[in-house]
Design a protein around this ligand. Structure first.
Ligand SMILES: NC(=O)C1=CN([C@@H]2O[C@H](COP(=O)(O)OP(=O)(O)OC[C@H]3O[C@@H](n4cnc5c(N)ncnc54)[C@H](O)[C@@H]3O)[C@@H](O)[C@H]2O)C=CC1
Ligand SMILES: CC(=O)C(=O)O
Length: 308
């Protein structure tokens, strides 16, 4: 991104809590939009976040401005990031939030309508896969324009864990967590590689990998952070800002994000190409038979939550 060209896109963030504010901060530090609108019915909190975030726009590299906005204005933005809703308390699962967050989503989408034709919705609130599915129904936007952050965050966690074991930079590891952003997620070990070499062959001599333990550490990372600090916000801040950049600059990055799967009739994460129209296409990844079974289990678990 040229540093002094004028950025004109607008990103609205619904929910000015821990996650919404951190996404805004990430977008200020890595500017891709001219304006960020924070939208939240708690007006004092929203305005205080805007004032605090504005203090971070002093540095020379950003031309991004932050202001308070309304739901109606959000519906006319290039991207709406939906971080509105309840978060897990200690011991709660993401799916425990469905009742509260589905109602918030329905009313927020009603308040934003009518959407600009090319608006992209990026769901972050949990349970993110199920809310992505309902956002597609409520918004009436083309399904490719309604995306969830999905297992992009879990995949970043996995790469971090593998990076320390393999002693290479996380960015040089190609490994995905797929399926649900939740309990039924799984690591697609058959696709994992370092520098194009299958992961297990690319480990330093003498290093052994306990796949079960790594998958469990990845899956449990959020609940351990929540238990100790009450929320996760930095990881998702970076992930959501990266998704916004891929969309606005039509980057065509391949990311494991939640999107509609026709054959399964749910939204879940499989690597997809991201561009200005949202999901450009799903990458047809050659999963092993065992992994195909795990993907089916994830889809079934998500369908059960939708039907309930
Ligand atoms: N997908 C992911 O990987 C992650 C998802 N999350 C999820 O993000 C969500 C937000 O988490 P936090 O920011 O920590 O919660 P928070 O409680 O700090 O903030 C949520 C905000 O949403 C606002 N809100 C409620 N109804 C709204 C509406 N109709 N329009 C606009 N705003 C509205 C609330 O007033 C509140 O300020 C939770 O559901 C959490 O589980 C959190 C981290 C990672
Ligand atoms: C809260 C949540 O979904 C996460 O940090 O993964």
């Amino acid at each position: 991104m040229p540093q002094h060209s004028k950025l004109t896109s607008q990103i609205a963030i619904l929910g000015a809590g821990d996650v919404g504010a951190t996404i805004a901060y990430s977008l200020i530090m890595n500017p891709v939009a001219g304006e960020i609108l924070l939208v939240d019915p708690k007006e004092e909190v929203r305005d205080a976040q805007v004032q605090d975030l504005s203090d971070a726009t002093f540095h020379g590299d950003t031309s991004t401005r932050v202001r308070s906005g309304t739901h109606k204005e959000a519906g006319q933005c290039d991207i709406v990031v939906i971080a509105a809703g309840a978060k897990q308390k200690k011991g709660e699962s993401r799916t425990d939030l469905i009742g509260r967050n589905k109602s918030i989503l329905e009313s927020a989408i009603g308040d934003m309508k009518p959407f600009r034709q090319d608006t992209i919705l990026v769901l972050v609130a949990n349970p993110v896969d199920v809310l992505t599915y309902f956002a597609q129904q409520y918004s009436g936007l083309p399904k490719a324009q309604v995306i969830g952050s999905g297992t992009f965050l879990d995949s970043a966690r996995l790469r971090g864990i593998l990076a320390s074991k393999a002693e290479v930079a996380a960015g040089s590891i190609d490994a995905y967590v797929l399926g649900e952003h939740g309990e039924t997620q799984f690591v697609a070990w058959s696709l994992a590689s370092i520098g194009g070499v299958p992961l297990l062959q690319a480990l330093p001599p003498g290093v052994k990998l306990d796949k079960e333990a790594v998958a469990e550490e990845t899956r449990n990372k959020a609940s351990i952070i929540i238990e100790n600090k009450g929320a996760t916000n930095y990881g998702i801040g970076g992930v959501a800002a990266s998704i916004c950049k891929s969309i606005l600059t039509d980057q065509r990055n391949v990311r494991p994000v939640s999107h509609y799967q026709k054959g399964l009739d749910v939204c879940l994460s499989i690597p997809a190409v991201l561009g200005r129209r949202g999901i450009v296409r799903t990458v047809d990844v050659p999963l092993s038979d065992e992994e195909k079974g795990l993907l089916g289990k994830s889809a079934k678990a998500l369908r059960d939550v939708i039907d309930a």
